[in-house]
Design a protein around this ligand. Structure first.
Ligand code: NAD
Length: 288
């Protein structure tokens, strides 16, 4: 099996920057690519900050911090580096057309041994793979927010994915210090399917006046030992992202439990997106 040395992360938003952080810390030469130069700069500042916090909390050493930063490079032109990458992890917005365009294009630029991964949180990895020249090299690598703190890596085996690629990604996941879970391609996989059902029901309960957000979250945190309540989690993920995934699962699985409540649509329309906009079910002063 070809050793993975170079990783490109496509999209430097909420997830891409965290994935790049984890990849660089694991020893991979890492390129972080985005079409937007200011997003790239902001992402680098965030990664620098997160690595400094990790040193202050004695999670990593100063040597590890500076080595990780030296392995991380920013690019706006993906074409200039993608042919040298053993692994490409796509983290652009959750839209099938965006993802298919990228997988179609880069599959003609990468070497045949490379692995093409998507960080989609719900879309069909098999459908994404079908747009690629190398469908058997396409796989889901679903990281969680924020990747440098939440260690789960959900590996999604598309209909076309070769077992060799699944094994290679398992090894990469271990090197990235991840807890692994492998699932066959199905809408929402294991994580989002359960998480969205819980999250939508929690919003319905706010809408129906069952309790305020803090109390619903407290029920799950203190009663069910969840580390964070479903409404606070929705704020951290982004309510626009939650809405898109809820709509998608509702369409694909046709189940009532995924249907986004009117309150969620209204909040997104009003720009209340959670932490990133400063307000969601909670008020956030540390805007991400
Ligand atoms: P985001 O909107 O924060 O970031 C997406 C980035 O992609 C933006 O910076 C945008 O400029 C860039 N981009 C768009 N088109 C591009 C292109 N052609 N080439 C390079 N860059 C491009 O999105 P996000 O929240 O980081 O989500 C990214 C993916 O990760 C989605 O599929 C989402 O479902 C998934 N995901 C998100 C979370 C979360 O908590 N936000 C968790 C797990 C998975």
């Amino acid at each position: 099996m070809m050793e993975c040395r170079n990783v490109a992360v496509v999209g430097a938003g909420t997830m891409g920057r965290g994935i790049a952080h984890v990849a660089a810390l694991a020893g991979y030469q890492t390129w972080l690519a985005d079409v937007d130069q200011s997003t790239l700069q902001k992402s680098l500042t965030e990664v620098e900050h997160d690595l400094a916090v990790a040193v202050a909390r004695e999670k990593i050493s100063e040597v590890q911090r500076s080595a990780a930063l030296s392995r991380l490079e920013l690019v706006t032109d993906l074409n200039s580096i993608v042919s040298t990458c053993d692994l490409v992890i796509e983290a652009v917005p959750e839209r099938m057309d965006f993802k298919q365009e990228i997988f179609g294009r880069i599959s003609h630029q990468v070497a045949d041994h490379s692995i093409l991964a998507t960080n989609t949180s719900s879309l069909s990895v098999s459908e994404i793979a079908s747009s690629s020249r190398l469908p058997e090299r396409v796989i889901g690598m679903h990281f969680f927010n924020p990747p440098h703190k939440i260690r789960l890596l959900e590996i999604i085996r598309a209909d076309q994915t070769s077992e060799q690629v699944v094994e290679a990604v398992r090894e990469i996941g271990v090197r990235m210090n991840r807890e692994l879970e492998v699932v066959n391609d199905s809408p929402g996989f294991a994580s989002s399917r359960l998480g969205i059902a819980l999250g939508m029901e929690a919003i319905r309960m706010v809408e129906q006046g069952v309790a305020v957000a803090e109390d619903i979250d407290a029920a799950m945190v203190h009663g069910y030992r969840h580390p964070i309540g479903p409404l606070r989690l929705g704020d951290l993920v982004g309510l626009d992202v939650r809405l898109a995934v809820g709509d998608y699962l509702c369409r694909e699985l046709g189940e009532e439990q995924f249907r986004p409540p009117a309150l969620l649509r209204q909040m997104v329309a009003e720009g209340k997106l959670g932490r990133k906009s400063g307000e969601g079910f909670y008020i956030w002063t540390d805007q991400a």
